[in-house]
Write a protein that binds this ligand. Sequence first.
Ligand code: SF4
Length: 360
Amino acid sequence: MSCLSETGPVRLKLAPPGGRSPEFVQVSTAAAISLGALPGRMHRCGTTQCLNLLLTYPEGCRANCSYCGLARHRDDEVGYADRNFIRVDWPTLRLDEVIHRVAAAPGPFERMCISMITHPRAEADTLDILRHWVAASTVPVSILSNPTTMERTDVRALADAGADIFTVALDAATAGLFAEHRGKGRRSPHSWRKYWEVFGHAREIFGPSRIGMHVIVGLGETDHDILQICRDLHEAGGHSHLFCFFPERGSLLAHRSAPPRARWRRLQLARYLLEYAGVPFSAMRFDDAGGLADFGLPASELEPIVASGLPFRTSGCPGAERPDVSACNRPYGDSPPSDIASFPYPPHDDDMALIRSQLA
Ligand code: SF4
C-alpha cells in the first residue's frame, strides 16, 4: 500500500486501539505529532527526532514493573492500548502506513526505536518489523529490548537483520531494587542476572558504541549506585540513558515523589563527565551515604561544560548532530514542561539560569 499522493505524503490516520503487532504499533504522542498523525505542538520543541514504536497486543505486557503505566496490574482498570506510558498516550497506527510515510519523507527522524514489551510474540514481531523497516527506509533502528524472553540467537538475529543499536532497560540500579520493582517483589518475571546476560550478548554481537542501558534515578538507589553503572557501561563501550523517576499515573508508584532536581542535575552532569569529558569515576568523591560530593574536576574546567547545556539534555541513542546529543529526545517523558528534567531542546538562557540555581 502506498501513502503517497500526487502532492506528497498523505496524512496518517489513527487506528482504533486494540490492534496487534506487527500489523499495528503504538507511537509516542511526540512521534504522532511529528508524523502529522495528531494535531498539537510541544513546548519549545517542534518535533522529536526519534520515532518510537511500541509493540502492541490486546493482552498487553505480562510484566508488572512498579513504576510503569503499562504494567499488568492495570488489566482490570483500563485496556492496554489506552494506558499511559512515560507520561503520555500512545496512539495506534498501521505499521505499513508508518513505514511508507517515513520511507517517502523521513522528515525530522534521525532514528527509529522498536520498544519491546513482555509478550511471547515480542521477539518474532520485533524482527518482522525491523526487516520491513530496513527494506524500505535508511533511518537507523534501535532496539529497546526485553531480555526476559530473549536468548543469544535473538540478539544475533536482530543484528543480522540490520539493527543499529541494542539497548536494555535495566531501569533499577541495584540487584535488590531490581527484584523489588521488577521481579519477585511485584510478581513480575524479570531478573537482574538475565538482563546483564543479554546485555553481555549484545556487547559481543553489536560491539562498542552500539549498546546502551536505561537507568532510572529515584527508585531508592544512591548516587554512587547510579554512577557506578554509568562507569561500567562506559567501560563496556556502551551509553547510559538516564531517566528521572516520575510518578506515572496508574502505576504502583503513582504516589511517590520525583527525586529533588538538585540531585538529578548533579547526576546528569556527573554522567556526562564520565561518558564524554574523560573524568574517571575514581576522581569523583562520595559521602558516607553514597551521595556525590565532588565531581572530580576543578570549577574552572567544569564551568564551560555546564555552560554548554549538553549534560542536561535528554540522554539516549545518538543522533546525526553529535554523539553526545541524543536523537531520542523524548519530549517531556520524565517531567512536565513546567519543570523540565531532561531537556528535549538546547536549554535557553532562562533554562540555564534555572539549571544553575538547581545545581547550586
Ligand atoms: S516490562 Fe517494560 S513495559 Fe512491561 S511493565 Fe515492565 S517497564 Fe512496563
